[in-house]
Structures are given as C-alpha cells and as structure tokens.
Design a protein around this ligand. Structure first.
Ligand code: CO
Ligand code: ZN
Length: 332
C-alpha cells in the first residue's frame, strides 16, 4: 500500500484540478468495480454491486483534491502574488516549493519583516519562479500551484503533503480490493473540490446517488503533540469517528453501528468531538430530503501543512473496519 500512497500524495491535484490524481485512482479501481463514471464536477464514482437484494445503498466519499495556491497578480518584476484554494496557513509556506499544472516550479518568498518572530500574512508572500522579468513568466492570473514535498517513509509512520485526503483515497481503494462480497450497493466515490468551503463535489455526488447512508473517509487532527490540539485522538490508536464537528452531527445509529462493529471484531477505534474543521459529510447530510451521515477519519498530525503524518496501523485498521462494516447487513 505504501507505493500507492507515495504515488497518490506526489500527484498534482489542487481543488478543481484533479485530472492527474483521478487518472491514478481510475487505473486502480477500474479492474475492481462493477461500474465506473465521472460526474460533471469531476468526482470519480466506482460502484460495487450487491450479491443479493435487500441491502442498503451506501456512499463512501474520500476527497481526491488537495489544498493549493492560485495566482492573483503578476508584478512588473515577475513575482507572483497568490491567494489559496482551501485553508493554507501562511506560516507553513515561507521557504517551501510549489509546482504549477504545466510543471513550472517555484519557491515561496516573503517580504522582509522587521521582527523575525513575526509571521507573514498571505499578502506579504510571493512565488519566485526564477524569472529575470515579466517576459519570462508564462504563469497567468488564475493558474494553480500545488505544494511540492517528497513522500517520506518513517517505517510505521508516513509523512507527505496531501495525506489529507489521499490517505482516505488509499483506504477506499484498498477496501474495494479486499471486499469480496457485500449485501449492499456500495459507491466508492473520490470527490472533487472538498477543500473549497462548499464541498460542492460531495454535494453533487450525494444528490445523484441518493444513498441510504453516507460516510466521508477523511483525516482528523490529533492531540498527541507538545501543546497540541485539545482532542484525545492520537496516532496509532485506531481510526476515529468524528461524532461532532462544526459542520456535522453524526447520525447516532451510524456511530453505534461503527462502534459495535469495531468492538466485535477487536479493531482499535477512537471517538472524537472536534471543535474545528469539517468534511464531505457536511454537504452530503443535507442532500435531497436528508442523508444519515458520519465521518470515519484517519488520525493525522500537522494537517494542512506540507508534512502531514499518519500511522500505517490506523490506515490498515480503517480498511479492516470498513470491510467488516460493508460485509454484513445494517439496520438504519
Ligand atoms: Co483538508
Ligand atoms: Zn480532508
């Protein structure tokens, strides 16, 4: 699975520009699914048909887009000003590298601050592509760049940019691979545009599929670093269910189903209430006349930085849990 995670995280795919990463995913799921399609907003939908009638229509959504930068101004010397696609903290950017869709690389510089302890605002940062002047600059307003950072294998733990949410993508691919039979009609969906606040990709997908229940499979921040977030979730203690976040209150029946399935199969598992962030579940819950939702999350340190970290045990246990959930009937 590690080789796949490396390819997924190193592939270009800021929100709305998911073509390259979708092609990587498609090559993986095409031989495993009963049907494949791409919708108008670019989400990839892989369907696994049930072995008999009477199951549920279950939607699993992992977003394939990543946070990125979008050019807002090219100055007379060829420096590029930008704003963000999704939530990018400016403190994570200075000295970093980016790459545009056409392959153009660049580095992120900042205006000189009088006080070294101060953090740049987004307006004080720029991308330098090594141009001698504006004539060297092919980058235009509206062009999009992704953060550039190689994948790092630390053994049990992995570090990469865009583990949010390529790790969820990898979990869905592996679940589809391991799921031999299911009584349900399962939609493995790789959504576009999650990092934009509307989660428009998932909204369109849920409307089109009209599922009986839906789960987002995403990452969640941990509290296990020095003076870290106020949450009990830690790396290596199992996948977490986001019971509540500012956008979603999980359906209690889904929470109970996941909790009981994890206990029965002795899969480590964490419960979380998060005071920040949300996932595709937010857009899916209000689709049509309502969809019961929850979020199964892979614990992740340093979310929305170029060096996000996950634990392979959590990844494997998330796959195991999803396979158990999808292999048995569910009453909701
Ligand atoms: Co994110
Ligand atoms: Zn995410």
């Amino acid at each position: 699975m590690k080789a796949l995670i490396q390819t997924l995280t190193e592939t270009f795919g800021p929100s709305g520009h998911e073509d390259a990463v979708r092609a990587v995913i498609r090559a993986q799921v095409e031989p495993l699914a009963d049907e494949i399609r791409v919708d108008a907003l670019g989400s990839l939908i892989a369907v696994k048909r049930p072995v008999r009638d009477g199951g549920k229509k279950i939607l699993l959504a992992a977003h394939m887009d990543e946070i990125g930068l979008i050019i807002s101004h090219v100055d007379e010397k060829g420096f590029l000003r930008f704003t963000t696609l999704g939530g990018v903290p400016p403190r994570t950017l200075v000295g970093g590298r980016v790459r545009f869709l056409d392959g153009t690389p660049g580095v992120i510089g900042g205006e000189v601050l009088e006080n070294w302890d101060k953090v740049h605002t987004m307006e004080q940062l720029f991308i330098d592509i090594g141009a001698s002047g504006p004539k060297d600059v092919r980058v235009k307003i509206g062009d999009v760049a992704a953060l550039e950072r190689p994948f790092l294998d630390l053994g049990k733990r992995l570090v990469a940019k865009s583990l949010d949410d390529r790790i969820g993508v990898a979990v869905l691919i592996e679940t589809l691979r391991q799921l031999k039979m299911t009584p349900h009609e399962v939609y493995f969906v790789f959504t576009s545009r999650e990092e934009l606040s509307s989660e428009a990709g998932a909204a369109a997908v849920a409307f089109g599929i009209e599922p009986d229940l839906a789960l987002s499979v995403d990452v969640t921040s941990t509290g296990d670093t020095p003076k870290g977030h106020k949450t009990d979730v830690a790396l290596g203690k199992g996948p977490a269910i986001r019971i509540h976040d500012p956008g979603v209150l999980s359906d209690p029946r889904i929470v109970a189903w996941i909790d009981q399935t994890a206990r029965k199969n002795k899969i480590p598992f964490q419960r979380q209430v998060s005071t920040f962030g949300t996932t595709d579940a937010r857009a899916m819950q209000a689709s049509r006349s309502g969809v019961p939702v929850s979020c199964l999350a892979i614990p992740c340190r340093y979310v929305h930085t170029p060096s996000e970290m996950v634990d392979m045990d959590d990844v494997q246990n998330a796959v195991k849990l999803l396979v158990c959930l999808l292999s048995a009937p569910v009453e909701i």
